[in-house]
Design a protein around this ligand. Structure first.
Ligand SMILES: Cc1ncc(COP(=O)(O)O)c(C=O)c1O
Length: 365
């Protein structure tokens, strides 16, 4: 039968639209937004200055190839800029990868608590998301490999993952890659790589540099503090870069974002300050919240997952914190309805959350 009105592609209406973290608490004057894994230190002052300068020339189109930014990223990481593509956040690049490599009838694997953009991007192409169970809130290579079928075209791995904060070591990523057929694209999403301080971790550069079927995506939204500007980048084999360059928006990164991104990536001292702040407070929060009797999943990123045991208790805790202007993230959409995710905040915010949780649990001093 002919449809009486335009119909979206198969899969589109199966998508649960992404719901971002809340940014306001009704009736509360001072809020602490700890719901979107932004950095409490903000961007480098040099990035803000570069953004302001670029803002004086808004009439000009940006350099659609983001050549200067790719060159700066190349210098920072020792990479060939020709193997880098920039995008409007790494979300843009994840969607472009799905659009380029998935079609009706294909399958793309992600893990149970994997970042929500993966199923959204997959369904948008008409392909089917396949969920691989995690163990201890951590991706499990065997579970992923067991789900590879002749229809599999892509595997999304967030390493570390959001919202769990867990990671798998480089040896495991290599084992995953080794187990995949050569035509399956392994997308390593390393949005939080800069925060990880583990000797057995590798962000994805090595595999993306040396294989034909691995790409790594990165973002300026987290440690660089430029989430508002929407800027991300991807490193991969030349044939994948070529495919993405053919389908990306011709100006998918804007001039102020490019300018700020260059300044941010060159300000390694600011990055180090952010990393140190995170390491200190990630450890402190994990310990203090643990002492209150709430299990916290060990995280290597800039957020923690706090477990409340049941859904009502998690919702009550969320409401209790919200009333005090402490905005955390409910993660039911990530199949974690009994937990809340908290981004590492300023010292003030971190202390207030621990204090409020103690009060919520009736354990306040
Ligand atoms: C795992 C992961 N990947 C990608 C992104 C998207 O980042 P961007 O702001 O670059 O689109 C996020 C943001 O929360 C994330 O948690």
């Amino acid at each position: 039968m002919t449809a009486t009105r335009p119909q979206p592609r198969k899969g589109v209406l199966q998508i649960d639209a992404y719901v971002p973290g809340k940014s306001s608490a009704p009736g509360v004057a001072k809020v602490f937004k700890l719901s979107s894994n932004e950095t409490p230190l903000g961007p480098s002052p040099k990035a803000i200055a570069a953004y302001n300068t670029a803002g004086k020339h808004l009439e000009d189109y940006p350099d659609g190839a983001a050549s200067d930014l790719r060159a700066a990223i190349g210098r920072a990481f020792g990479l060939d800029p020709d193997r880098i593509v920039c995008g409007a956040g790494s979300d843009d690049l994840l969607n472009l990868l799905a659009r380029a490599y998935l079609a009706d009838g294909d399958e793309a694997i992600h893990t149970t608590h994997g970042f929500l953009v993966y199923p959204i991007a997959t369904l948008g192409t008409g392909a089917t998301p396949v969920v691989a169970p995690e163990k201890n809130f951590t991706a499990d290579v065997d579970e992923i490999l067991q789900r590879v079928t002749p229809k599999t075209k892509m595997v999304f791995l967030a390493n570390p993952n959001n919202p769990t904060g867990t990671y798998i070591p480089f040896d495991e990523v290599k084992r995953l890659h080794k187990g995949l057929p050569p035509h399956v694209l392994l997308v390593i999403d390393a949005a939080y790589a800069e925060y990880v301080r583990r000797n057995d971790y590798e962000a994805g550069i090595e595999l993306a540099a040396t294989s034909e079927n691995v790409v790594m995506t990165r973002t300026f939204s987290k440690i660089h503090g430029l989430a508002a500007l929407r800027l991300g980048w991807m490193f991969g084999p030349p044939h994948v870069i070529d495919a993405i360059n053919r389908i990306r928006g011709p100006f998918n990164t804007n001039a102020p974002a490019i300018a700020a991104g260059i300044a941010a990536i060159e300000d390694t001292a600011h990055q180090e300050r952010s990393r140190e702040h995170n390491t200190k407070w990630l450890g402190w929060l994990t310990e203090e919240i643990g002492k209150l009797g709430l299990p916290v999943t060990p995280s290597v990123a800039n957020f923690i997952l706090i477990h409340f045991g049941d859904q009502k208790r998690a919702a009550d805790a969320n409401a209790f914190l919200m009333k005090r202007g402490l905005i955390l993230r409910q993660v039911g959409a990530y199949k974690l309805p009994t937990a809340l995710r908290m981004s590492v905040g300023t010292e003030e915010a971190n202390r207030l959350v621990v204090q409020a949780l103690a009060e919520f649990l009736g354990k306040a001093a």
